[in-house]
Design a protein around this ligand. Sequence first.
Ligand SMILES: [Fe+2]
Length: 442
Amino acid sequence: MISAVHAGTSRSLLLARLTDARSRTDALFDLVSPARLSERPIPERHRFVFYLGHLEAFDWNLLRPRIDSRRAASELDALFAFGIDPVGGGLPDEAASAWPDLARIRAYNDDVRHTLDALLPNALDAERFGEHRDDASTAFLVDVAIEHRLMHAETLAYMINQSSVARRIRHTVPAPPVERRNELVRIPAGEATLGVDRDARVFAWDNEHDAHRVAVPEFAISRCMIDNGAFLEFVEDAGYATREWWSDADWAWRERNRVSHPAFWVELDRRWYWKSLTELIPLPHDWPVYVSHAEASAYARWAGLALPTEAEWHRAAYGTPDGVERAYPWGPAAPDARRGNFDFRSWEPRSVDAHRDGDSAFGVRGLVGNGWEWTSTTFAPFPGFEPFSFYPGYSADFFDGQHYVAKGGSALTAAPMLRRSFRNWFQPHYPYVYAGFRCVAR
Ligand SMILES: [Fe+2]
């Protein structure tokens, strides 16, 4: 049973958040010209065009049972229903011509939005806003639609980084190299609370329940995320060619795909550039490096260190010397621009050393925003986990030991998903996400 959760939240605020989420994905699709919609910049994902229809189809399939609509079913409802996350092969390979033309998708999207906007207010009122029927209120499902869309906004963005949209070179004079030290910060032994209470009055996905406490032995963790400059040392030290830094599976992936540098980097005329959303820019050494779990693990081994566990990351981020845990690394205040690089304020990363006002109680910097952070913890259910009845595979399909938890959020992570209990997860051989890492010593 999912508790009713929207006390103090008005219906109009919820619907305004849905409208705002639509504007985020619309703005990103505006970067992709119609001619590029059939591109598939990441082999594991669909062509851009799928996502254009998927967001509306998902909202419709989720919310249709809650509204009194006479809208006729469309074959696009099913065509655009599901995304993919293939493990071990089985990449999508349909022809571009398998998808409807742009005008038809736009008409479908307009129809779905119009119908939902016309009927959702009544549906929300009918359940006396905030109450639930069946096992999830309509308001809760609108939150599901919002977070689903915002997560796709981030996915869409990193697909654009890998596409042909931005291949113009920005000619800037590179900043002179700065001597940087990313020292390890000691975190004393203590407890970390993972997850969130089922009766907490906040939206949470199924994998965030139940809250539980974990003992964490003393460790030390990088003050800042590993940046491009530090990772370049690993690259130049033949890190990608040195077998001993890689696990068997990670080495096999690296060999099979001839991976020799981060997916966000490109080498032109013996110079490194970074693939932004709009152009190629000289590699910013002080931005966090974005790499796969496999590459992060290899770097950590090369450095004589390791990736943090999910519990260690929590302890470094939310723990305090007096044992009280914080809602955010900096304290109870809601996320704002001073605390970190998140919530679409920028479409690019910033220095790993920026945002000192976001430091944790232990002085660890940049934990929330500016890039997800890999942990060494495989994605698995917390004690008391129950799948959502309306979306049973959302998390459970990925409890396969082949996905790792990432925490923290990126520049394109919406503010609600910066909550402490939010967990992201990816395959270890997926290098396209805005995900970096820091290291620990134990
Ligand atoms: Fe989706």
